[in-house]
Ligand binder design. Structure first.
Ligand code: HAM
Length: 418
């Protein structure tokens, strides 16, 4: 028997109402904030991600699904959405539009990670990007948008973690201090941290291994090494968040796992902490567009994990609208009744009434069981007697009450029920 590949999941019909609920709330939030939807391909040139997410990151080094197509092009299934949106922004000349350009997407994302609760090899994101504006006012609005989206879902038990990791001017100074600080501690660090110390010392700050926690807690903080511009940006952002009455926790260990970030980074995490289960995260990426060869344009965005939202919606018992069930199940017995059932079902559907029609040779009892399973409110039963009389038996699936009705009346009666 085949199984879904490790780290992937089927989204079964009974799960779909959660996904539709999240999508609807996401679309409604984007409308309120003036974002337009776009979709990008599931795969891109692999070098796009190496250039943007960064050569030194786990995502690019260890987690990308890379393959050569039959023409020898090196492609990668997208391990995140921001790089693709920025590539499209440049490719379609969106830098010539009034800035910032505000875009959102739903995308399946592929990362070869060690599967565990809330961590998949294919997951789904709802993400937003605002490109072409450097003001911290936009940072505040993007954060507000992410939070109001979670609130609209009913997810209130989460907190905003915030940090600034500076820019290419001030970060080297911080990295230098980090290297100096960690050098004597290296023998006590985990293998990953030791390996990252030379290449990407910022990532030591978000190591989850117990043995590395104390060192990370005491490590030099990026916020203490910001240049004047980054400091002012961060201070303005905090002021705007205050105006918007948005609470946040400053977390100097929040660095994010993608290299394109500059200045603001943030995550929405469960109150009990743990970025492993973050519902969403994002930040500013002011050098990314230029790094892809475009005219420099700053940007900021966030993405949220759909699977994690579904999990939490269930966990907190949030009621989601159920998917619409068919109004009527058409049951039939015998060859002539089948023809009548097909015609009846077509007419009802033409009138906009949702119908499931029985197509096999099962007994009436089995057909009515199916009517229950599909959640039909009533069953229209057509057998030899009904054909003889030119009627249909209409059964209320909840009460079991039955009545003979004229086919012409059926539409009106079912329409009235909807
Ligand atoms: P990210 O933090 O890597 O950011 O992913 C965003 C969200 O996707 C996470 O907060 C989490 O909810 C979910 N997620 C990530 N990895 C997995 C996984 N393996 N399984 C299940 N859910 C997962 C980005 O991808 C950036 N592109 C966000 C961004 C947009 N920054 C600026 N603009």
């Amino acid at each position: 028997m085949f199984k879904a590949p490790r780290g992937t999941e089927d989204i079964l019909p009974e799960e779909q109402s959660y996904w539709r609920y999240i999508e609807e709330k996401a679309v409604a939030t984007c409308r309120l904030y003036g974002y337009s939807r776009m979709d990008t391909p599931a795969f891109e040139e692999a070098s796009l991600f190496a250039r943007s997410v960064g050569e030194g990151t786990d995502i690019v080094n260890k987690e990308m699904y890379i393959f050569k197509d039959r023409s020898g092009n090196e492609l990668a299934l997208r391990p995140e959405g921001t790089a693709s949106v920025c590539r499209a922004y440049l490719e379609h000349g969106m830098d010539n539009l009034p800035q910032p350009v505000k875009l959102y997407y739903f995308a399946d994302i592929f990362r070869y990670e060690r599967p565990q609760a809330g961590r998949y090899r294919q997951h789904h994101q709802f993400g937003c990007e605002a490109i072409g504006e450097a003001s911290p006012m936009l940072d505040a609005e993007v954060i507000q948008m992410a939070l109001s989206f979670f609130r609209s879902l009913g997810l209130l038990q989460f907190c905003l973690q915030l940090n600034s990791i500076g820019c290419k001017e001030c970060r080297p100074n911080h990295l230098h201090k980090l290297k100096d600080y960690y050098a004597p501690l290296a023998p006590g660090l985990c293998d990953d941290c030791r390996a990252r110390l030379a290449k990407n010392p910022l990532r030591l700050l978000d190591c989850k291994k117990p043995g590395c926690q104390a060192a990370a807690d005491e490590a030099p903080k990026s916020a203490d090494y910001l240049c004047i511009e980054c400091r002012e940006h961060f201070e303005s952002l905090k002021r705007y968040l205050g105006v918007l009455k948005i609470e946040y926790t400053l977390n100097h260990r929040l660095v994010r796992g993608l290299d394109y970030y500059t200045k603001t980074v943030f995550e929405i995490q469960p109150l009990d902490g743990g970025s492993q289960s973050a519902l969403g995260g994002g930040g500013r990426y002011d050098d990314l567009i230029a790094g892809l060869g475009g005219r420099p344009a700053p940007g900021i965005g966030f993405a949220t994990g759909m699977e994690r939202m579904v999990f939490n919606i269930k966990e907190y018992g949030i009621e989601v609208p159920r998917q619409e069930k068919p109004a009527v199940f058409v049951a039939c017995m015998g060859g002539d009744a089948k023809i009548e059932a097909l015609k009846t079902a077509s007419e009802l559907r033409d009138a906009g009434i949702a119908v499931v029609v029985s197509s096999g040779e099962r007994s009436l009892k089995a057909q009515l069981r199916q009517a229950n399973t599909v959640g039909a409110t009533c069953a229209a039963i057509i057998g030899d007697d009904e054909i003889k009389e030119g009627t249909v038996t209409l059964r209320n699936m909840e009460t079991g009450e039955q009545q003979e009705v004229q086919p012409d009346d059926l539409k009106r009666m079912l329409g009235a029920q909807q």
